[in-house]
Design a protein. Structure first.
Length: 89
């Protein structure tokens, strides 16, 4: 296994991780901005008011995106195991 091959393998792993996490992070970011703007408009500074909607949106998006995330993860794992012989050298 050459250093270039290891670097490429790590790069592929990091990119797969990024693409799996990006939708959830984007949804969490948008939910946080929305709740913060709503708190500013209503002048309500309750911690439960800011935490519960963010968690609910994150949970719903996680449940909705889970099939897509599992499909991507299965394809990545299948590609990794397909060329398993290259890693032994």
């Amino acid at each position: 296994m050459t250093p270039d091959f290891v670097v490429d393998l790590i790069r592929q792993n990091l990119l797969a991780t990024f693409w799996l996490a990006a939708p959830l992070l984007a949804v969490g970011f948008l939910a946080g901005i929305t709740v913060s703007l709503l708190q500013i408009v209503t002048s309500m500074q309750d911690n439960a008011f800011s935490t519960i909607p963010r968690l609910a949106v994150f949970l719903v998006s996680f449940v909705l995106l889970l099939p897509w995330m599992l499909e991507k993860l299965l394809f990545y794992t299948a590609d990794l195991w397909k060329d398993l012989g290259r890693y032994a050298h």
